[in-house]
Design a protein around this ligand. Structure first.
Ligand code: PBG
Length: 340
C-alpha cells in the first residue's frame, strides 16, 4: 500500500488494496467518460490572435516564416476582424509596421500611427472585439531596440515616457488593454499613472512580466521587421535559465498596478507559468510565440507530425500549466477545429 508515510489518512496516495481492485484505466474506457473526467478543456474563449498591420493599401501579404498569418493593411482589417468574431475568437493583439522609423520610435506614439488607426478600424468593425496592443518601440526605432539609446545601451528611464505616451495614444484610439513588452524597469507604474492622468482609469495593463531573451522570436522579427540593428536584447529581456527572477518581475509589476501578467515564450517555459500561477492571483497569459508556431507548421508541411493534434496538445499543455489565456497564431485554426 502506498501512503504519504506521515500517518495522514487524507494523504493523496492512500489507496488501500491497490491493484487489482484499483484500475485507473476504468476512467478511460470510453470517449464520453474521458470527456467527463478531463481536467483541462481548451475553448476558443481562451485564445487571442496576433495581427500585423501595415501602412500599405489593399494588402494581405502572407508572412513567409509564419504561413497562414498575414500583413494586413488597415483598410483590409475589418473583414478579418469580422471573421475572427464569427469564429468566436474574443480578442486580437495588434502589432504595427510603420513606413518610416527613427531614433526615438516616434511612430509608436503618433496619434495617426498605423496601430492607432488599426485600433479604430477594429472597434468600428466589431465593437465587442477586445483590442489589445503591444506597447514597445522596437518596430518603430531605426536601430530596432525596445527603447531609446545612450551610446550602445538602451536607456531605461527616458524610455518610460515614450512607452507611456504610446499606451495613452492606444487608449485614446480605443484599445481595451495595453500590453508593454519592452522589459524596461518601472514601465507598468509609469504607464498606469499616465493612463490615469489622461482620463483612462479603466484601461487595463497586461504586463509581459516574464519575457525571456529567446531564439523563439525569430520569425516574428521577420514579420514585424524589428530585429535589432546591433547587439541583442539580453540586457533587458530575461535570461532563459532563470525562474526566481521571473517571480520577482511579476511581484514588481503587480505592485506597480498590472491587471494581468504574461509569460513569454510558452512552450519552453511551462515551469515558469506554473510557478507564477501558484504565487499570483491575477489572470495569467502565455504567449505561444512565432518560433513555436513555425516549428509546428514546418514539420506538418513535411508530413512529419499531425498539425491539429500537436497544436491542440501544446496549447492544452499551456492551459494545464496554469495559463488562463493563450496568445497564439494558431487561434483561427484552433477555433475551427474546436467548432467542428
Ligand atoms: C516586441 C515583441 C516581440 C514579440 C512580441 N513583442 C519581439 C521581441 O521582443 O524581439 C515576439 C512575438 C513572437 O515571437 O511571436 N518587443
Amino acid at each position: 500500500m502506498l501512503t504519504s508515510g506521515r500517518g495522514n489518512d487524507r494523504a493523496p496516495y492512500a489507496y488501500p488494496g491497490g491493484f487489482p481492485a484499483i484500475r485507473p484505466r476504468r476512467n478511460r474506457l470510453s470517449a464520453p467518460l474521458r470527456d467527463l473526467v478531463r481536467e483541462t478543456v481548451l475553448t476558443v474563449h481562451d485564445l487571442v490572435y496576433p495581427l500585423f498591420v501595415t501602412e500599405d493599401r489593399d494588402t494581405r501579404r502572407e508572412i513567409s516564416s509564419m504561413p497562414g498569418n498575414f500583413h494586413w493593411s488597415v483598410d483590409r482589417l475589418a473583414g478579418e476582424i469580422r471573421e475572427l468574431h464569427g469564429l468566436g475568437v474574443p480578442g486580437v493583439l495588434l502589432f504595427g509596421l510603420p513606413d518610416s522609423k527613427d531614433e526615438r520610435g516616434s511612430g509608436a506614439y503618433a496619434g495617426d500611427g498605423v496601430v492607432q488607426r488599426a485600433i479604430q478600424e477594429c472597434k468600428a468593425a466589431v465593437p465587442d472585439m477586445l483590442v489589445i496592443t503591444d506597447v514597445c518601440l522596437c518596430e518603430y526605432t531605426s536601430h530596432g531596440h525596445c527603447g531609446v539609446l545612450r551610446g550602445d545601451t538602451v536607456d531605461n528611464d527616458p524610455t518610460l515616457d515614450l512607452l507611456a505616451q504610446t499606451a495613452v495614444s492606444h487608449a485614446h484610439a480605443g484599445a481595451d488593454i495595453v500590453a508593454p513588452s519592452d522589459m524596461m524597469d518601472g514601465r507598468v507604474g509609469h504607464i498606469r499613472s499616465a493612463l490615469d492622468s489622461h482620463g483612462h482609469p479603466d484601461i487595463a495593463i497586461l504586463s509581459y512580466a516574464a519575457k525571456y531573451a529567446s531564439g523563439f522570436y525569430g520569425p516574428f522579427r521577420e514579420a514585424a521587421q524589428s530585429a535589432p540593428a546591433f547587439g541583442d536584447r539580453r540586457s533587458y529581456q530575461m535570461d532563459p535559465g532563470n525562474v526566481r527572477e521571473a517571480i520577482r518581475e511579476v511581484a514588481l509589476d503587480v505592485q506597480e498596478g498590472a491587471d494581468m501578467i504574461m509569460v513569454k515564450p510558452a512552450l519552453a517555459y511551462l515551469d515558469v507559468v506554473r510557478a507564477i500561477r501558484e504565487r499570483c492571483d491575477l489572470p495569467l497569459w502565455a504567449y505561444n510565440v512565432s518560433g513555436e508556431y513555425a516549428m509546428i507548421k514546418a514539420a506538418a508541411a513535411r508530413g512529419w507530425i499531425d498539425e491539429e493534434r500537436i497544436t491542440l496538445e501544446s496549447i492544452t499543455g499551456m492551459k494545464r500549466a496554469g495559463a488562463d489565456v493563450i496568445i497564439t497564431y494558431h487561434a483561427k485554426d484552433v477555433a475551427r477545429w474546436l467548432g467542428r
